[in-house]
Design a protein around this ligand. Structure first.
Ligand SMILES: *Cc1c(COP(=O)(O)O)cnc(C)c1O
Length: 413
């Protein structure tokens, strides 16, 4: 049977338009990145055709000799990259990695502490609309009111009072270093398991720009597509003690057949992240975030916690313009070719659909090769657009300047 000869222009023209969007606009969404041609080639490979329920050496179907090699390679590489003893590379996403850990190590109704969603935590850390919040008794800890950093005193008090089975650390909108050591001490004091969700910062950890929670936390989960710059997916690292329970929870507990094309692409990304140049990348991501934060601070925006140690910053728009919402800012910037997301700031008086803030990240622009000098230009562009967010002439002019800036840094030229 021959393949259909007719080109599916309807789909491929959409993909082409998306490629142009990525090449000509500024991608400042903190959880996004650009993957290498090798990562994309593995993702688009014949491995997508294979069913391989189970794990290397223990599959339900035949024909898995090469898939076994690839998944083993991915596991070995990620263990070496982070210094872990066991890895499960099958989670389809970061959310599934977290759910797999909960399914492996908790009973429904168990008490867990997680960072509050409106202080930067993730949906899978106990949001009432997420399965984590529906099946487990998540209790939130937060940031201090004074310096907007993780409130370790509050976390310890809560832990002593609530006796949680597990403490979850990690965030989706938090711009400061998370030191795993003091959290380990709290877990030891109350005999809780320690899960560190490194979804956002896995690439910074791999590149040596942030402290490694492996060997400190009992379990580390992360996504492979954010700062780590691999295909979309998740991963779980654990001690030998929890390995069997976690593997059983991911399959057959939570998922069916693994995405072996994505697992091969994860292996490619793990190797890329072990290259010395990836450390330069991670350091540049952080320097760029600092430079962009400085620029925006100079334009009158308030930085939540006063700045950033990682790849992202949270901007409080109110000192710049108390009427301007995150929602309006996101729309205006999008029209100028600057893609980012509205975000609540700690104790935001506006709803999560409106917000008083923006979350801005530098992983993508850094992959493109931009440096501090370009960050200053981006800060100027954001300020110019947000000074007149409804002025079509200004938006059009900014859109041209964005295209000109991106012209020298096309990710997929
Ligand atoms: C992004 C993220 C996740 C979820 O990853 P998905 O692949 O989108 O499911 C989980 N935890 C944190 C902290 C995240 O930032």
């Amino acid at each position: 049977m021959p393949w259909p000869t007719e080109q599916d222009t309807e789909v491929f023209e959409i993909i082409e338009r998306e490629e142009t969007r990525q090449n000509t606009g500024l991608q400042l969404i903190a959880s996004e990145n650009f993957t290498s041609p090798a990562v994309m080639a593995a993702t688009g490979s014949v491995l997508t055709n294979k069913y391989s329920e189970g794990y290397p050496g223990k599959r339900y179907y035949g024909g898995n000799e090469y898939v076994d090699e690839s998944e083993d390679l991915a596991r070995r590489r990620v263990c070496e990259l982070f210094g872990a003893t066991h890895a499960n590379v099958q989670p389809h996403s970061g959310a599934n990695a977290n759910l797999g850990v909960y399914l492996a190590l908790l009973q429904p109704g168990d008490t867990v502490l997680g960072l509050s969603l409106d202080h930067g935590g993730h949906l899978t850390h106990g949001s009432p609309v997420n399965v984590s919040g529906r099946f487990y008794n998540f209790i939130s800890y937060g940031l201090t009111a004074s310096d907007e950093r993780m409130d370790l005193e509050q976390l310890r008090d809560l832990a002593v009072r609530q006796k949680p089975k597990m403490i979850v650390a990690g965030a989706t909108a938090y711009s400061r270093t998370i030191d795993p050591q003091p959290i380990r001490e709290i877990c030891d004091e109350v005999d809780a398991l320690f899960m560190f969700d490194a979804a956002h910062i896995a690439g910074l950890i791999a590149g040596g720009a942030h402290p490694n929670p492996v060997g400190v936390a009992d379990i580390v989960t992360f996504t492979t597509h954010k700062t780590l710059r691999g295909p979309r997916g998740g991963c779980i690292l654990s001690t030998e003690e929890h390995a069997a329970a976690i593997d059983k929870a991911i399959f057959p507990g939570l998922q069916g057949g693994p995405l072996e094309h994505v697992i091969a692409a994860k292996a490619v990304a793990f190797k890329e992240a072990s290259h010395p140049s990836f450390s330069d990348y991670a350091a540049q991501v952080v320097s760029n975030a600092r430079a962009l934060a400085d620029s925006l601070g100079g334009h009158g925006f308030r930085l939540v916690s006063g700045g950033t140690d990682n790849h992202l910053m949270l901007i409080d728009l109110r000192p710049f313009n108390s009427e301007l919402t995150g929602k309006e800012a996101q729309v205006a910037l999008d029209r100028a070719g600057i893609t980012l997301n509205k975000n609540t700031i700690p104790d935001d008086p506006r709803s999560p659909f409106v917000t008083s803030g923006l979350r801005i990240g530098t992983p993508s622009v850094t992959t493109q090769g931009m440096k501090e000098q370009e960050m200053a230009r981006i800060g100027d562009l954001i300020a110019r657009v947000l000074a007149d967010p409804t002025d079509d002439a200004i938006l059009g002019e900014a859109r041209r300047d964005v295209a000109e800036l991106c012209g020298g840094f096309e990710p997929y030229a």
